[in-house]
Design a protein around this ligand. Structure first.
Ligand code: BES
Ligand code: MN
Ligand code: ZN
Length: 497
């Protein structure tokens, strides 16, 4: 879908439909009031009769009887003015775009009258994101492409300054939404189409697109570095593992005195459980066990495309977790890059093993802060359900910043305790650590396990419950959610403000 910025008014712009957003219980104003008047009050009568109330998510479609501008009007509800947040606007934009697509409309226009408190720049960014995210459709492997596709959306600017602001915002919204959708394409793909090698190729393409340094460590390289935990997981698979490292240097000269931010994503392209094999029911879902890796690759792409003034490194340890003949077995021992030994209790607790070596590797950057993101524990789904990320870490300020960045884009994270006592469950009998600490607080004990490989400010995001959407919600169709991409980008934006 193209996004165009045009000078003029929405009522004079020819389109299949003009989109207006409206608060609950409020009457048409401005351009909408004019159109309403010219159409004999059809819109205000629909509102008066209660057929359109302006509730969040609600939409209405009107055919206009006369005029040379839009053929139709789409109203999208913003909910109560008092409860407004940027997310309300993204939802309304997504709902309007969804209705336009369902109706088979090709060209739509948008009235650029942002709600109070939202700049034109922000308005354009949120509208673009809401629409582009809502219209995402994973059809890579479908023979027949749907012909119901919205081709273009025009944002109308009243003057030169408005035009510049809308352009800037729409460009930002486009970059963010494209990055989220880029992650979704990776995460939704079947595991046999998204092997570690394919992930590395996607990372390479992204690096080339936006100008990033890329390094892919092969198994031999990892062996030399002593990554016994990562390689232990990889041993059970025919697919060669890929340890992907991407570097973006956008920081100001003064930033050279500090290390970069490092983001690490779990990249298990398929988690069968290994020898501790998972039940077959639902196992197909475990193709999304690389959602963390997808998110960090997309986030660094986004940061570079937005030219954020930060230094950033993304690390994605990618491998399958399979029960091949050479696979790790329960009772085996591996040695991580920092020398710590780990007894394998369950080969299904593989995420923490690949992350352990990635966290050790991150130390070489003397990072300012590290955020890891992983579909790590089923227990997180039990504890927090589908719409809260599990948040842990070792640094008060970093944890708060991460949570606030998430809230801004409705990628909400909820903090779990990381008291010292929790690490006891992870202490090994014959090794330094074991990879499973029992059923109690399994999300926290996994976090405590990771902490054993960290010597810098660090936050950990468990996205097991949030990385996949079963039903579809506003501006997030079912399937991969690419949760974390917008959170990380917002976090970095705030750091560069
Ligand atoms: N990838 C899974 C966690 C997961 C579960 C993600 C459900 C998304 C949805 C992870 O590798 C895993 O298998 N964790 C085990 C750990 C256990 C063996 C300690 C779990 O949570 O059951
Ligand atoms: Mn597992
Ligand atoms: Zn896993």
């Amino acid at each position: 879908m193209d996004i165009k910025i045009k000078r003029g008014s929405v009522s004079g712009e020819k389109s299949d439909a003009a989109v207006f957003v409206l608060f609950e219980g409020e009457r048409p104003k401005g351009a909408l009031a004019e159109i309403d008047g010219a159409q004999g009050g059809v819109i205000s009568r629909t509102i008066a009769s209660g057929e359109f109330t302006g509730k969040q998510g609600e939409t209405a479609l009107f055919h206009l009887v006369s005029g040379t501008g839009p053929e139709r009007i789409i109203l999208a509800g913003l909910g109560r003015r008092g409860k407004f947040s940027p997310d309300s606007l993204m939802r309304a934009a997504g709902a309007a775009a969804g209705l336009a697509r369902k109706t088979g409309l090709k060209e739509i226009s948008v009235d650029s009258g942002p709600p109070e408190g939202i700049s034109l720049n922000r308005f354009a960014s949120l509208m673009a994101q809401g629409m582009l995210l809502a219209l995402y459709n994973f059809d890579t492997f479908k023979k027949a492409e749907s012909n119901k596709k919205v081709k273009s959306v025009a944002l109308l600017a009243s003057d030169r300054a408005a035009e510049a602001a809308l352009k800037k915002g729409a460009a930002e919204g486009r970059i963010i939404a494209d990055s989220v959708n880029f992650a979704k394409d990776m995460i939704n793909a079947p595991a046999n189409e998204m092997t570690p090698s394919v992930m590395a190729a996607r990372a390479k393409a992204a690096a080339k697109d936006v100008g990033l340094k890329l390094k892919v460590l092969e198994a031999d390289d990892c062996k030399k570095l002593g990554m016994g935990a990562f390689l232990g997981v990889a041993k059970g698979s025919r697919q060669p593992p890929k340890f992907i490292v991407m570097e973006y240097r956008g920081g100001k000269p003064a930033d050279r005195r500090q290390g970069p931010y490092v983001i690490i994503g779990k990249g298990i392209t398929f988690d069968s459980g290994g020898i501790s094999i998972k039940p077959s029911e639902g196992m197909e879902k475990m193709k999304y066990d690389m959602a963390g890796a997808g998110a960090v690759i997309a986030a660094i792409r986004c940061a570079a495309a937005l030219k954020l003034p930060v230094n950033l490194v993304a690390i994605a340890p990618c491998t399958e977790n399979m029960p091949g003949g050479a696979a790790l077995k329960p009772g085996d021992m591996v040695r991580a890059m920092n020398g710590k030994t780990i007894e394998i209790i369950s080969t299904d607790a593989e995420g923490r093993l690949v992350l352990a070596d990635a966290l050790c590797y991150a130390a070489r950057y003397k990072p300012r802060a590290v955020i890891d993101i992983a579909t790590l524990t089923g227990a997180c789904v039990i504890a927090l359900g589908d719409f809260a990320i599990g948040l842990m870490g070792n640094d008060r300020k970093l944890i708060d910043d991460v949570r606030e960045a998430g809230e801004a884009g409705n990628e909400r994270a909820w903090e779990l305790p990381m008291w010292d006592e929790y690490v006891d469950a992870m202490k090994g009998d014959v090794t330094d650590l074991k990879n499973v600490g029992g059923r109690k607080a399994a999300t926290v004990t996994a976090g405590k396990f990771l902490q054993e490989f960290v010597d810098y400010p660090w936050a950990h995001l468990d996205i097991a419950g949030t990385a996949w959407e079963e039903k579809g919600r506003p501006y997030c169709p079912k399937g991969a959610t690419a949760v974390g991409v917008r959170l990380i980008v917002e976090f970095l934006k705030r750091k560069s403000a």
